[in-house]
Ligand binder design. Structure first.
Ligand code: PLP
Length: 435
């Protein structure tokens, strides 16, 4: 299968999957999308049970003809080796469950996409003469997932830049506990400074002459495709049991996770309505209401990993629905305020027997807003991170400490070391070229 830019078919043959993964963005600045969407039926997955088995069946058409095709099985086995449990919630009148995507090494759903991308890139890099240098600017979750995914991969080095003092202590630890092929810089500046530095590094002739720089950006098609898999496993299990297609309520920032769900639905998986839960960054619900795309600067909220004012994956949404992403069938969005997030977290233990992370709490509130009629349908709430990652928000609201999951606890035990960095390109250049 070939991959084309969202900005038009003018890219001729487009790119192979390997090229799209290596390139990240299309040459015209658009996002890569597949030339066609495979049409599958639930019966096409008969006899397949585990996430790796279902992943291979679902992703084979996207890998057809690519140099990674023979490796797909191994890539899926390597990626889907932590549980993706669906936990039922006792509730009247309908059926409700939580899909927990936080059992990976850094306790957030980004572990799936980052792990798959790393497994692909390592195979594409084998035999390269010089190491690939992956640079990531992070405001928290992305950097940890990318570091965990690329740690100890031969032929690849990772540089992480985060704003010193502006991530939680546990997030800072997760960014700086790796060592070996992962280097971490705490930048005396904001997240925007980190992003600006990374972009400047990519354009810098001195660095380009000496290093092979790459990114592991969340818009990479190699992070998007594997995210379809947990929507497939969850919806197929539901379908096999009840012959019903569950709806999903998805905490949404840059629209990567939710887009994977929509792509899975389009590919024939038994998925019902999709509701996007956003925080006070209302760009998507406003687009759905007005039909006008009005990006704006992001505002800081409790669900910080979703603080996106200009979600880039809207280009893919419009591609999927023929330019009318705002009018797509069985798709809606709801904005949730910080006060509502606090209220849902506080109510979680008594009402549901659950402690929600701030991102997952937006999905709970969006489900609450559906009203009794729509709640009689089966729904799955998507839990994108473990609450222990956001203990400073969560613990005061629930009045108890939150147990740290074992994978995260193991990371927090490791010594952490981040080097300080001035927020200018000279400093970053010197750091990259001496190490
Ligand atoms: C990144 C992130 C999100 C938002 O995901 P998008 O793909 O950007 O919509 C939601 N929750 C958590 C915990 C995240 O880390």
């Amino acid at each position: 299968m070939r991959f084309h830019s969202t900005r038009g078919p003018a890219d001729g043959d487009g790119a192979s999957l390997a090229e799209a993964i290596t390139g990240g963005l299309a040459p015209d600045g658009g996002l890569y999308v597949p030339e066609g969407i495979p049409r599958l039926a639930p019966g096409d997955f008969d006899g397949l049970e585990t996430p790796p088995e279902i992943a291979v069946r679902l992703l084979t058409p996207f890998f057809a003809g690519d140099r990674l095709a023979d490796e797909l099985q191994a890539i899926c086995e390597e990626t889907f080796r932590f549980p993706l449990p669906v936990v039922p919630l006792a509730v009247a009148p309908g059926e409700l469950a939580v899909l927990e995507l936080f059992h990976g090494p850094t306790a957030a759903f980004k572990d799936v996409g980052a792990g798959f991308l790393a497994a692909c890139m390592q195979r594409l890099e084998s035999g390269a003469e010089r190491p690939l240098e992956i640079l990531v600017a992070t405001s928290g979750d992305t950097g940890g997932a990318v570091a965990a995914a690329f740690h100890r991969r031969p032929g690849i080095r990772v540089g992480i830049l985060y704003p010193d003092g502006l991530v939680s202590p546990r997030q800072a630890h997760q960014l700086a506990c790796w060592g070996e092929n992962v280097r971490t810089w705490k930048v005396a500046g904001s997240f925007d400074d980190c992003q600006r530095l990374v972009k400047a590094a990519f354009r810098d002739p001195a660095l380009r002459a000496r290093l092979r720089l790459s990114s592991a950006n969340s818009i990479n098609i190699g992070r998007l495709l594997p995210q379809m898999v947990y929507y497939a496993t969850t919806s197929l299990a539901w379908w096999r049991r009840r012959h019903e297609a569950p709806g999903f309520v998805i905490p949404t920032g840059n629209l990567g996770n939710a887009f994977a769900c929509l792509l899975a639905r389009e590919a024939g998986l038994p998925i019902g309505e999709v509701v996007l839960a956003v925080n006070a960054n209302r760009t998507i619900p406003d687009y759905f209401d007005s039909g006008e795309w009005r990006p704006r600067p992001s505002v800081a909220t409790l669900a910080s990993a979703m603080d996106v004012g200009d979600p880039s994956n809207v280009e893919r949404l419009d591609w999927l629905y023929g330019g009318r992403g705002c009018a797509a069938d069985r798709l809606s969005a709801r904005a949730v305020t910080d006060d509502e997030i606090r209220a849902e977290i506080a109510a979680g233990p008594a009402r549901w027997g659950q402690v929600w992370c701030p991102h997952t709490a937006t999905a709970v509130r969006a489900w609450d807003g559906l009203g009794p009629d729509r709640q009689t349908q089966p729904w799955v709430l998507v839990a994108t991170a473990h609450p222990a990652k956001f203990e400073t928000v969560v613990e005061p609201l629930v009045g108890q400490s939150v147990a740290v999951p074992p994978a995260l606890a193991a990371l927090l035990e490791l010594p952490a070391r981040a080097e300080p960095l001035r927020p200018d390109l000279d400093a970053l250049r010197a750091a990259l070229l001496t190490g």
